[in-house]
Design a binder for this molecule. Structure first.
Ligand code: ZN
Length: 371
């Protein structure tokens, strides 16, 4: 990864570039900071710069043989350690490394939860004791091609204690051509003995303007929307991306909600059938999320009638629809509609046919809305 591909973080980039140029390369470093601020991308750019054969003052060249291998995360002197989930007695990172490379190449701002979900259903990952033998073995190699062996330990706080203690011995006497970069979301969970042996580099939140720029490049959204999301993301690019995905989902849910209520009021059975099919085709989780959203909208519309703005949490777009629609939700039907939605949610959870459940519910709305 090139420094120019890392979002923002200009001060940290300058600091890292200078350290290499002035030959002040610490053998053990800890990049710590919030999830999504770009610690791993910075570690990758730093590793590439260390090994580049034609580095400039501001970046790696991107074209030398070393850079080309680094870009694929396949340089023989670049090693990765990361949390895994034990499957089929596989307890070392090498079993998962091709998956890991693919995941990071797709999204270097990946969270540890996203990574673990990718390899297993489990949420708890670990760097197992067995990994310590691998770490020692790899660090004992001579360097193949580069002046340094770089080992990136992603989430060292997930290390089993035995493994952490073995690592401690390496940190006490690192060899001159070894650079270990730990990348941590929770440095407080590391052994204090490890923390005291590494150079800590605190990675701050990404500058809001840099997030805005990247969002505009990566997604087709307006300036205003990108600025708003960048502001809400508090400097985390993964949080910003999460907000975009969420707002797309909300938008979809609102569109279906409006149609569901319109067709139910008109008692347009054919349109209701088509609509409920569209909703169920998006899958079980999406259908459940739509039903949760609909409960929220029903509650908000009921409250909207009270005309107390402090009690309403709707977006402007949702309120636009509610100005006319809210009068259809009243004390005679609000509970019954909510019950129907909850019942549908439960049945879908129990794997009852989604098409049947949704259409049945929609039919009930045709009478309930007229109460
Ligand atoms: Zn290069």
């Amino acid at each position: 990864m090139l420094f120019s591909e890392v979002i923002g973080q200009e001060n940290i980039k300058t600091q890292l570039l200078k350290a290499v140029q002035q030959n002040r390369i610490a053998h053990a470093q800890l990049f710590s900071g919030k999830q999504g601020v770009g610690k791993l991308p910075l570690a990758l750019a730093y590793a590439q710069y260390l090994c580049c054969e034609n580095r400039t003052d501001i970046d790696s060249c991107g074209t030398c043989p070393s850079c080309r291998k680094m870009a694929k995360l396949a340089h023989p002197d670049l090693h990765f350690v990361f949390p895994i989930v034990k499957v089929d007695k596989k307890t070392i990172c090498d079993h998962f490394v091709s998956d890991f490379r693919e995941a990071i190449l797709e999204n270097p701002y990946l969270s540890v939860t996203d990574w673990l979900n990718r390899i297993a259903d489990e949420k708890q990952g670990m760097i197992y004791t067995e990994e310590s033998h691998e770490i020692i073995r790899k660090l004992n190699f001579k360097t193949y091609e580069a002046p340094y062996k770089v080992m990136i330990i992603w989430m060292p706080e997930k290390m089993h204690n035995t493994c952490a203690n073995k690592l401690l011995k390496i940190l006490e006497e690192p060899s001159h051509d070894t650079v270990i970069i730990m990348v941590s979301d929770n440095p407080d969970m590391l052994l204090t003995t490890i923390r005291s042996r590494v150079q800590n580099i605190n990675i701050p939140p990404i500058e809001s303007i840099a997030i805005t720029q990247s969002l505009k490049t990566d997604f087709s959204i307006s300036d205003a929307e990108a600025t708003h999301i960048a502001h809400l993301s508090l400097g985390s690019y993964s949080a910003a991306k999460g907000l975009i995905v969420q707002s797309e989902k909300d938008q979809w849910n609102l569109t279906q909600f409006i149609q569901l209520m319109r067709f139910a009021w008109q008692a347009n059975y054919e349109a209701l059938r088509t609509l409920t099919e569209t909703i169920e085709k998006k899958g079980r989780e999406s259908t459940k999320s739509f039903l949760t959203y609909t409960q929220y909208m029903i509650r908000e519309n009921f409250i909207f009638n009270l005309q107390i703005p402090e009690l309403n949490y709707m977006t402007e777009e949702e309120q636009d629809f509610s100005k006319k629609f809210s009068s259809f939700i009243n004390e005679r039907n609000v509970e019954k509609i909510t019950e129907e939605l909850q019942k549908a949610e439960q049945e879908i959870e129990q794997n009852v046919n989604r098409k049947v459940v949704l259409f049945d519910m929609a039919l009930k709305f045709t009478t309930l809305l007229k109460k």
